[in-house]
Design a protein around this ligand. Sequence first.
Ligand SMILES: NC(=O)c1ccc[n+]([C@@H]2O[C@H](COP(=O)([O-])OP(=O)(O)OC[C@H]3O[C@@H](n4cnc5c(N)ncnc54)[C@H](OP(=O)(O)O)[C@@H]3O)[C@@H](O)[C@H]2O)c1
Length: 251
Amino acid sequence: MKIAIVTGGSNGIGKATALELGKRGISVILTYNSYKDRAEAVVKEVEQNTGVRAVALKLNLTQISTFEGFALEVKQYLNDIWDRTTFDYLVNNGGIGGPMMFNEMTEEYFDNILNTNFKGPVFLTQHLVRFMDDHGAIVNTTSSSKNQSFPGYSAYGSLKAAFSTWTRYIAKELAPRNIRVNAVSPGPTHSNFGDGVFDKHPEFIKPLAEQSVFGRIGQPEDLAKVIVNVLSDDFGWVTAQDIEVSGGHLL
Ligand SMILES: NC(=O)c1ccc[n+]([C@@H]2O[C@H](COP(=O)([O-])OP(=O)(O)OC[C@H]3O[C@@H](n4cnc5c(N)ncnc54)[C@H](OP(=O)(O)O)[C@@H]3O)[C@@H](O)[C@H]2O)c1
């Protein structure tokens, strides 16, 4: 029985990933930051639809001093529920977005993106990988914006680029343990991103859909299938890659 940890599993891509893992018989520890109720609903859905066990834990990626306690909590659940001391897969998915033009950018905005989308996942991985099974796998959720230049996304895109580069470095350092580290870069995806921007402003969808060769934006399930496949042994000879999953956005 394999076990995966998915950060940001209460919404969007992380939620779809938790469900996809469950469908493939993989147990899930998912995390939430603000929405405990949504995370618990995901746990229920995973368990009812797939039969695997799932657990939701609180994790704020900006609070690095809590990671040691989080790791202990995970270890306790691994022992109590699965009689294990290790886990198999980590999906560093939790993150935030939202634009701010460079001229107006505040240090607070920059630090929030930095801590949530890059620094937090880096140090969380450091804590968790210590008890990841050798032959495990990590997928980091980066973004197609790392190769683009949409106004307002300079911090977000640059820090996703940093996360993508970090993926390559860590893939090398963890290779002696046969742990693979890859990234998946979503294009525009209809999740709860930006506090539900696509639900609040459906008019934002059409112009982005027109930038894709398939004429639509992504759905969380489009990403989840790729993330779970990249974790699987079918990708056993793939490491240090960042795969864009955008339906040919801006091709
Ligand atoms: N959607 C897109 O168009 C798009 C495009 C490119 C890349 N991405 C990337 O895909 C990943 C998933 O985003 P999504 O689209 O699925 O967005 P989403 O629906 O908003 O989900 C984001 C998840 O991250 C969690 N999160 C937010 N702040 C956090 C924090 N400080 N600490 C821990 N967890 C936190 C949220 O938890 P709570 O809801 O419980 O607060 C939620 O579960 C992100 O890394 C994002 O940058 C998304």
